[in-house]
Ligand binder design. Sequence first.
Ligand SMILES: [Zn+2]
Length: 166
Amino acid sequence: MPRENDGIIRVGIGYDSHRFARGRALILGGVTIPSEMGLEGHSDADAIAHAVTDSILGAAGLGDIGELFPDTDPANKGRDSIEMLEAAVARVAGAGYAVSQIDVCVIAEVPRLTAHREKIRFSLGRALGIDSTSVSVKGKSNEGMGWIGRKEGLACIAVATLKKNS
Ligand SMILES: [Zn+2]
């Protein structure tokens, strides 16, 4: 007789945005991307890592990145977001789930991500404990519209699929 949650698939969504700032590194998915502008934030402002973290926490019903790593905690200032993602993966595993696949969409006018996509997939795959072929990263412009179009910042959406460990 199978238990209630055997073989269950869960899906979660994560969203993040950060403002561009001069004098900051641009780090996306744990990869430093050469750019005139970086992203402003309490941590290293890695919008991909933050959205992916929220997507896996959401899928497992474990709250969000702000609860796990409050920005009022000085320990989180300038913190490596890949390290936070790894901590979230451990939480998810503790709740009995394994990450099976991630799909990421970055909405930005600049920079173009194509040249960095494989590196980002590999970096995220390593943090998530899955093969990079199970990590998808797509870049989209906002067709010049709104705050993204004015290059004030970028946004990222991530969808995660988790599988219940048997
Ligand atoms: Zn963020």
